[in-house]
Design a protein around this ligand. Structure first.
Ligand SMILES: [Fe+2]
Length: 366
């Protein structure tokens, strides 16, 4: 992959095929200070106001830079590596390989919280682990009430839902959700009925005096990989059929139609949704439904099997940040008479973690 120059034209060569880069594509990227605000990297001109018959009058290339002068006098000094990245549609976050895991996973992704943590290199490392494993645990996070709001807003912006800006997880009378009882919670993803589904859930343990009430996590990516390998028909139907997820309470009716396993435009894993108390399969021919139910039973069996589940106890000050598009979470039963169990939770979206990670990468020049 390389850039070549010929007759005042710039070519991009990849795997033997050579194509001209449109001069206007380069013109849009002029970066001298009269055209680009050096601080915000925002354009000081509107490219839609320019004619796209731009002509290049001068070209110069060194190992590192491509310099282009245009007929209207504008000048660009572009880093060649950055041009190549744009052709690869290279997002800095794609370099992080997701590592799927099962019950053998040892929780190595723990970080001690400290003052000014959000601007430290440790924060960058913890976000890398979050993208690798789908979760990360912070320890010694101050247990003062509502600190979770500070925490979330120090990474990005909190994402409010109908449960509020944040929510308290403790057994309460007349609960509107099973999360607010002391019953066990089977592995599930949160809010599959929302558009969009909140990306990341944060749970902060304030008190935990009970013996049970262990937190459980399952890697939806690992289960999807195994389902695809061993049960391709089940994988296929769960990635194709959109089901209706629904949440109803006194003040709101929320609904969305989505696949239980969502793939991206390149047919790679994107998201899982699983909440068998809230999903409604559409009416289809009997044979197809037969296959669908078998597939759903199988994936449920896998999500609930010990093979994929890790179990651990959150202690006061622990804060679990998990990918709600990738992991399933749950908890074991506990006896509310043994003492207090009090967690606070909230959601943030990927733009918060993406933005923070890229900022810290830039800051520490990594
Ligand atoms: Fe949940």
């Amino acid at each position: 992959m390389k850039i070549e120059l010929s007759d005042n034209k710039v070519f991009f060569e990849k795997q033997g095929s050579k194509k001209e880069i449109h001069p206007f594509w380069l013109r849009e990227r002029v970066n001298s200070k009269e055209f680009l605000d050096q601080k915000t990297q925002q354009r000081l001109f509107d490219p839609t106001m320019l004619s796209n018959n731009t002509e290049i009058t001068k070209l110069k290339m060194s190992e590192e830079f491509l310099e282009v002068t245009f007929k209207d006098g504008a000048h660009a000094k572009l880093i060649i590596e950055n041009i190549l990245k744009e052709f690869e549609k290279d997002n800095e976050l794609y370099f992080i390989n997701k590592i799927s895991w099962d019950s053998n996973f040892k929780i190595i992704n723990k970080f001690k919280f400290s003052h000014n943590f959000f601007e430290e290199k440790k924060m960058y490392e913890s976000l890398l682990d979050f993208y690798k494993y789908g979760f990360v645990i912070f320890e010694d996070v101050p247990t003062q009430n509502n600190f979770i709001v500070n925490f979330a807003n120090s990474i990005g912006s909190i994402r409010p839902t109908n449960f509020g800006e944040y929510f308290n997880v403790k057994s309460k009378p007349n609960p509107n959700d099973l999360a607010y009882t002391s019953l066990p919670l089977a592995p599930h993803t949160d809010n599959p009925y929302r558009k969009p589904v909140p990306c990341i859930q944060i749970l902060h343990c304030i008190e935990n005096e009970v013996n049970g009430g262990q937190s459980t996590l399952v890697d939806g990516l690992a289960v999807t990989e195994e389902l695809k390998k061993n049960y391709p028909d089940y994988y296929k139907i769960l990635t194709e059929i959109k089901v209706r997820f629904q949440f109803i309470d006194q003040n709101v009716v929320l609904e969305d139609w989505a696949e239980m396993i969502k793939l991206d435009e390149n047919n790679r894993f994107k998201q899982v949704r699983f909440s068998p108390r809230l999903d409604f399969v559409p009416l289809m021919e009997k044979e197809k439904l037969e296959l669908y139910y078998s597939a759903r039973n199988k994936i449920s069996e896998m999500y609930n099997s010990e093979k994929f589940r890790i179990e651990f106890k959150l202690k006061p000050g622990d804060l679990l940040m998990m990918d709600n598009h990738r992991l399933l979470h749950g908890r074991t039963e506990y006896n509310a008479n043994e003492g207090n169990r009090f967690l606070q939770g909230c959601y943030i979206d990927y733009d918060s973690t993406d933005g923070k990670l890229k900022h810290l990468k830039r800051k520490f020049n990594i």
